[in-house]
Design a protein. Structure first.
Length: 197
């Protein structure tokens, strides 16, 4: 009865909507019809933005679907730029990157025959970083301290320098303990000093 174009054209829009609603009460039919309608750009273009957002959220409740859709969307530079302007989204992406890196590192360390070699290289790099940090401090002090000749610091400046010297001494003690014993734990007092409290 609804197949003849002349009859369908005479039916009011409200009646058509009601008929479609009744014909799609079955979830399977509704899903098929919805999929077909969403393939029509002209139809999608007429859906209100708020409804589109709601539908996308509903369709992406499944984690796998959400991940696939999000990956595709973030490949679009304009979308990625706008998404990263949201502080929470940017934080979550950064957190995910760090977590992904940690998992990849753990997997490598657990499965790769080269993991021991990389650990040894990391230890060498850490050693060089520590020696470089000490050298940089000594070199910088050697350049800066002579500039204090014939200069009188204010009381506030002296207090600030003494506080920083105390932090440096505490850090040097910590380095010596770590080198001599392998213990790198930071006690509460040292943590406060290192944080400048």
């Amino acid at each position: 009865m609804l197949r003849r174009p002349t009859v369908v054209a005479q039916v009011r829009k409200e009646d058509k909507v009601r008929a479609v609603g009744e014909l799609t009460r079955d979830e399977g039919v509704a899903a098929t019809v919805t999929g077909d309608l969403l393939r029509r750009p002209a139809v999608v273009a007429q859906v209100k933005q708020a409804d589109r957002v709601r539908v996308v959220e509903e369709l992406t409740l499944d984690e796998q679907v959400a991940a696939e859709v999000t990956t595709g969307l973030l490949r679009r530079p304009d979308v990625a730029f706008k998404a990263m302007s949201d502080d929470t989204a940017r934080h979550q992406v950064n957190h995910a990157q760090v977590e992904r890196g940690r998992q990849a590192r753990e997997h490598f360390e657990d499965t790769s025959p080269a993991a021991e070699t990389v650990r040894n290289i990391d230890r060498s790099v850490e050693f060089l970083d520590l020696v470089t940090a000490c050298h940089a401090f000594v070199a910088a002090s050697g350049r800066v301290v002579p500039g204090l000749r014939d200069r009188q610091l204010s009381n506030d400046e002296k207090v600030l320098v003494h506080e920083n010297v105390a932090r440096v001494r505490a850090t040097l003690d910590w380095i010596e303990i770590a080198v001599d014993t392998g213990k790198v734990d930071v006690d509460g007092e040292l943590a406060r000093l290192l944080q400048g409290e």
